[in-house]
Design a protein around this ligand. Structure first.
Ligand SMILES: Cc1ncc(COP(=O)(O)O)c(C=O)c1O
Length: 398
């Protein structure tokens, strides 16, 4: 089979046909315009407006000053793998050893490594939506089918019908992707949901890729339930995590995964052929973040909780607005009655109110009709942006 498509009209050689169907992110369609404008409050990306804490930056600076500028081991420097193993074991109710940790250059790259490991053309992976678009597109980049199941949107919030999900699996299903707490809805899988998913995956020989980058951001408990709380070391489970959200390190590009030990060799090999290793000075910063960052994680979570409640109180009461207070992550996913083109509305709100939001349509089926707002910013800035956004919504922006 010819998997190549003729090159563009420029006369360049062919590229993989699979890539023709890959859309660029619609979040960028709004932010690309907004970034050229003055006075915009950007709430479109999934990041805080706080710079990385000093103790993290200082650790990286010290490492550079020491001359740690060389290649290092594929799976991560032993000190960081040990630190992460201790961190995970402390959070979960069981021991997780460093031999199960692979350091990556972001949560994003961990997701891509998992897709490269499990999927090829003809396979499928089940992914719930709305979801961060990258979780769908990485399946498609592998030439596999993304089987999308919509979360149900009720007055009490979002839920996932597991029986429906199980019925979608067939003999070519290689992975189930679960992002909890979820970007953009905040949906958070219960421990019972996770137990059922794990049991199904074990029985059917299907991998679970659990994206737990928001696991510390649960507003209903100390932290969200994790598959790692209940999984055995040899379960078909890969858990993706990131330094971006907990320690305000989006620009550093550092993440990790927890995998069954026999799979770590495969991931380590793939790290070599993707990015070879994470920079050592970034890994040193990661160690400082984990070892000294608990107060920072607690303070930022308290800020996000206050912000979350402010968004809910300010917007949920507006006529035509539908939203439940999200139980996790740091986004409000705002349903607006009658809105059929969230991209156009996000652009209009940007031009008229200088508030930068992400269109719900960027997040796959079930996302249209919504706008995503990231509330991980300083409260006064958020409050002023909410005044302007509320004015648009009250005036019936759709
Ligand atoms: C659900 C989810 N997974 C993974 C990531 C990846 O984060 P990073 O690549 O910055 O580690 C994000 C970032 O927004 C996300 O929302």
């Amino acid at each position: 089979m010819n998997d190549y498509t003729p090159g563009p009209e420029s006369g360049l050689p062919p590229i993989r046909a699979t890539l023709e169907g890959i859309e660029s992110s619609r979040i960028r369609e709004v932010s690309d315009i907004g970034m050229t404008m003055e006075g915009v409050t950007p709430l479109w990306f999934g990041e805080s407006d706080m710079t990385t804490p000093d103790f993290v930056r200082e650790a990286a600076a010290a490492s550079i000053a020491k001359g740690e500028t060389f290649y290092s081991s594929n799976a991560g420097i032993p000190e960081l793998r040990r630190t992460l193993a201790k961190y995970e074991s402390g959070l979960r109710s069981r021991e997780i050893g460093p031999e199960r940790i692979v350091v990556t250059i972001s949560g994003m790259s961990a997701i891509m490594l998992a897709m490269e490991t499990f999927l090829e053309a003809g396979d499928n992976a089940i992914v719930h939506t709305p979801i961060w678009p990258n979780c769908i597109q990485t399946v498609r980049i592998m030439g596999a089918e993304a089987r999308l199941i919509k979360l149900d949107d009720g007055p009490e919030g979002w839920t996932l019908d597991l029986d429906k999900l199980f019925a979608m699996a067939d003999e070519r299903t290689r992975a189930i992707f679960i992002n909890s707490p979820n970007n953009p809805t905040g949906w958070t899988a219960s421990a019972e949901d996770q137990a059922r998913l794990l049991e199904f995956a074990r029985a059917r020989g299907i991998w679970i890729i659990a994206d737990e980058v928001y696991t510390r951001l649960s507003y209903e408990s100390e932290r969200a339930p994790s598959f790692l709380d209940i999984a055995k070391p040899d379960d078909p489970l890969v858990v993706v995590n990131s330094f971006s959200k907990n320690w305000c390190m989006t620009g550093w590009r550092l993440g990790w995964m927890v995998a069954p030990e026999p799979l770590v060799d495969t991931f380590t090999k793939l790290v070599e052929f993707n990015f070879s290793c994470a920079p050592v000075f970034v890994q040193r910063a990661g160690i400082a973040a984990v070892e000294q960052g608990e107060d920072f994680v607690a303070e930022t979570k308290a800020l996000y909780r206050r912000n979350r409640d402010m968004v809910y109180q300010r917007l949920a009461a507006i006529d035509g607005v539908r939203m439940a207070n999200p139980p996790g992550a740091f986004y409000a996913f705002i349903g607006v009655d009658g809105m059929a083109d969230s991209l156009a509305v996000a652009k209009r709100i940007l031009m008229e109110q200088k508030v930068g939001l992400a269109p719900g349509s960027a997040f796959g089926p079930g996302g249209e009709g919504h706008l995503r707002l990231c509330f991980a910013v300083q409260s006064d800035k958020l409050s002023a942006a909410l005044d302007r956004l509320a004015a648009s919504l009250e005036a019936g922006v759709v």
